[in-house]
Write a protein that binds this ligand. Structure first.
Ligand SMILES: [Zn+2]
Length: 78
């Protein structure tokens, strides 16, 4: 009986873990790092998102520009 419950929990944990991993791969806006710099893709050991401030600035600048471009595209539809 107890074994069955343990197995169920392990399965749930497995799928939760899988879902979290999938989300981390797709969502770059995650507040936690994904093991590599979001700007230059250098491996990072801790949970930082960028290897240094320059990469963070580059990334945020690119995000901002992408937003501006998306906004321009919206305007053109009117
Ligand atoms: Zn970097």
């Amino acid at each position: 009986m107890a074994d069955e419950i343990d197995q169920g929990n392990e399965t749930a944990e497995f799928f939760l873990d899988l879902a979290l991993r999938k989300q981390q791969q797709q969502d770059v806006s995650t507040p936690k790092g994904i093991g590599m710099c979001l700007s230059c893709e250098t491996d990072i050991d801790d949970d930082r998102r960028w290897c240094d401030a320059a990469c963070r600035d580059d990334y945020q600048k690119a995000q901002w520009q992408a937003k501006q471009i998306a906004r321009c595209d919206d305007d053109e539809e009117y």
